[in-house]
Design a binder for this molecule. Structure first.
Ligand code: NAP
Length: 672
């Protein structure tokens, strides 16, 4: 069949695609690829005939690097240069302090003119239709669809329909205007000039302050010199700037003559600070500069926009494939509007420090002192790097004690260590798993409480966590049967998407296990019984880890619960102990495999631990079991859970591939 050119496709009322993205800049293209990955049909409409050759933005921050890596885009970009250290309002700020030890700590150079074609190729390769040379001129939202009208280079109009439309069309967004989004903020009060100039050779400088203004100059890879110049008090001006204006401003501030050069690109920017009051209006969304207009400083606009796209993509894909509903879509505004608002506030503060005249010297001095304090520097660096909330945040004061957690914890006494992390704890309906789930949630993690059959117990774990101010949801899947891991991840992904908008999983605790062959002599172990032990205790954890690693961000944690029985001879538990030996091998070999991603893998070995089963209510049995531990008591679930939780935190970043004994000294042997 002959290919049908787009201009001949008949107009249709039924949506012929799921999402129209307006704007094929980096934000629109990342969103398009993200939507395709999630199964949505997507068309991108772009005014420009080909990707930009300008590079307004050139810096990628830590969170953006993670996003690009997770989607395989980073590898396509080739090696990027670490550039640093970064600044806050022109005062040195090492952005690496946001995430010490992270492989993307700091900031990375990537010209927009390089990023855009790579993203386009990636998105198109996934099946996104990128239509260039089409300018959006009309938009009408209906209850079940949105109609968009676009004009081609020859002026002919076309009508497109989709279930959703996203405006990624920049600070002067047509979609924003046509869909009636409200915008709040303030108009520009200062303006700066930027230019790429060929044929000049002047000393490089970075945001250097002169008596009458601020100037930056640096040589770009293509041999031109990028200039930025601001004369204190210079306000916004009408019309496009020309080279004469740049030459005059440069001379007035620096005393240097660059009149012999040739401008390749000139641009005026200002300190406009505005944000759409909602990022969603029914079926229309905004992302990137269309949602928030800010002064370009330190590459934050591009990074914020890409992070918007990474948040919105999975939500919209879930909506069109039926996996998510309206609340998930509303969650986009709820998640990203506060981040945008905070970034605008930070940028306004930076602007004052950067471009304020001599009257800001005192303020700069005080800020300089504050940036010398590690915690203050790390706080600001996290905001810029897109890692806000990734680490510490205060939790509510709730003293708590129950059987599964044993030690009272006053949450106000320290900071929660796993805020914004997600965790899966297999077999957390009861016993040690429950205590682990409770503790991880108390540290701020969102926890998937997995169980096999005991739904009431799983719901009880969730209720315990929620009562304690934490977040959790139950996931059912019987392990050791065909399709077990697939079923587990179906429920897990749905639960995560509904609550976070994506399926990133930071922590996996392989805890579920069956004993089964307890007390059976080696000669009596049957193949069937061994298979059962094997499939639940070793095979399922292996494939859980395999699936989890696909969605685990850098710095993730895998913790396998083994047993002290792998270190002492207990013939009557040979089948069970064999499977625990196997899970320790998962730890050993994977630890090395995933170390380049800063993911740690460790085994934790409980000894006899009160898991709530009936035997622990028999005093004689407890007394006998107590003799095994050096502390002369049986372990409590919380004793083990504390160790697991520690391994999940950043504080345990240097421990991997290890066997951590959590048996209360059981393996030290009997004796005085
Ligand atoms: P537990 O109280 O027996 O609880 C087992 C958990 O695993 C439950 O949540 C259960 O879900 C789930 N589970 C069991 N079989 C499953 C299957 N086929 N598919 C999916 N989930 C399944 O366990 P525990 O005593 O706390 O032990 C936790 C871990 O510590 C295990 O790995 C165990 O080997 C290890 N360990 C325990 C001790 C000890 O003395 N307790 C000592 C050394 C090592 P349901 O509630 O739905 O059944």
């Amino acid at each position: 069949m002959a290919h049908t050119p787009e201009t001949q496709v008949p107009e249709r009322d039924a949506p012929d695609k799921d999402v129209i993205v307006v704007g094929a800049g980096p934000v629109g293209l990342l969103l398009a690829g993200e939507l395709r990955t999630g199964g949505a049909r997507v068309t991108v409409l772009e005014r420009l005939a080909r990707p930009t050759t300008e590079s307004r933005a050139s810096i990628l921050h830590t969170r953006t690097m993670e996003i690009l890596e997770e989607r395989g885009v980073l590898a396509r970009l080739g090696p990027l240069r670490a550039v640093g250290p970064g600044h806050f309002g022109g005062l040195p700020l090492d952005l690496a302090t946001a995430s010490p030890g992270h492989r993307f700590a700091g900031q990375w150079e990537c010209l927009q003119s390089h990023l855009e074609p790579v993203l386009q190729e990636w998105a198109a390769g996934l099946g996104a239709a990128v239509r260039r040379g089409r300018t959006v001129t009309g938009l009408t939202a209906h209850a079940d669809r949105v109609e968009v009208v676009s004009a081609g280079p020859d002026g002919t109009s076309r009508r497109h329909t989709a279930r959703y439309v996203v405006g990624c069309d920049g600070e002067r967004s047509t979609v924003r205007a046509l869909a009636g989004f409200e915008v709040a903020g303030r108009a520009a009060t200062r303006a700066m000039l930027r230019a790429d100039v060929a044929g000049i050779d002047i000393p490089g400088r970075r945001l250097r302050r002169y008596p009458d203004g601020v100037a930056t100059a640096f040589r770009r890879p293509d041999g031109t010199t990028r200039l930025m110049i601001h004369r204190y008090g210079a306000g916004p001006a009408a019309g496009e700037p020309d080279f004469a204006e740049v030459v005059a401003a440069w001379a007035a501030v620096t005393g240097e003559d660059i009149g012999g050069g040739t401008a390749v690109w000139i641009n005026r920017f200002d300190n406009t600070s505005r944000q759409a009051t909602r990022y969603r209006r029914g079926r229309v969304f905004l992302a990137g500069d269309a949602a928030h207009v800010q002064m370009p400083v330190g590459g934050q606009a591009l990074n914020l926009g890409l992070q918007d796209a990474a948040d919105l993509g999975p939500r919209l894909a879930a909506a069109v494939t039926g996996a998510g509903g309206d609340a998930l879509l509303d969650g986009y505004h709820e998640a990203r509007h506060p981040v945008g608002a905070r970034a605008l506030t930070g940028i306004e503060a930076q602007e004052r420090l950067l471009f304020g005249g001599p009257e800001t010297e005192g303020l700069r001095e005080v800020f300089g002192e504050l940036l010398g304090i590690d915690a203050a520097a790390a706080h600001l660096a996290r905001g810029i790097s897109g890692l806000d909330g990734r680490t510490t945040a205060p939790a509510a004061a709730t003293p708590h004690r129950d059987r599964s957690t044993s030690t009272p914890t006053h949450r106000s006494s320290r900071m929660a260590r796993l805020v914004h992390r997600t965790a899966l704890v297999t077999g957390s309906s009861r016993g040690i798993g429950r205590a682990v789930a409770v503790r991880l949630a108390r540290e701020g993690a969102l926890v998937a409480v997995h169980y096999a059959t005991n739904e009431d117990a799983a719901r009880e774990t969730v209720a315990l966590i929620e009562k304690d101010g934490g977040r959790a949801f139950p996931v059912r899947a019987e392990l050791g049967v065909p399709g077990d891991v697939h079923e587990l991840f179906l429920g897990l992904d749905q639960g995560l998407k509904e609550r976070t908008g994506d399926t990133a999983l930071d922590i996996v605790v392989n805890n579920a296990a069956v004993t089964g062959n307890d007390g059976i002599a080696p000669q009596d172990v049957t193949p069937e019984a061994l298979d059962r032990n094997w499939s639940v205790n070793a095979k399922a954890p292996f494939f859980i880890v395999q699936r989890a690693l696909e969605r685990m961000p850098d710095g993730g944690r895998i913790i396998n619960i083994t047993s002290g029985l792998t270190r002492c001879s207990t013939p009557h538990q040979i089948a069970y102990a064999m499977t625990k030996g196997a899970i320790e091998q998962i730890t050993l070999h994977l630890a090395r495999h995933v170390a380049p991603r800063n993911i740690t893998v460790n085994s934790v070995a409980p000894g006899i631990t009160d898991n709530g089963s009936a035997v622990f209510d028999i005093p004689e049995a407890v007394e006998q079991m107590s003799r095994l531990s050096a502390f002369k008591r049986v372990g409590e679930a919380g004793d083990v859970a504390d160790v697991v939780t520690f391994l999940a935190t950043d504080e345990a970043r240097w421990i991997t591939g290890s066997y951590v004994d959590a048996s209360g000294g059981t393996l030290l042997g009997a004796g005085g």
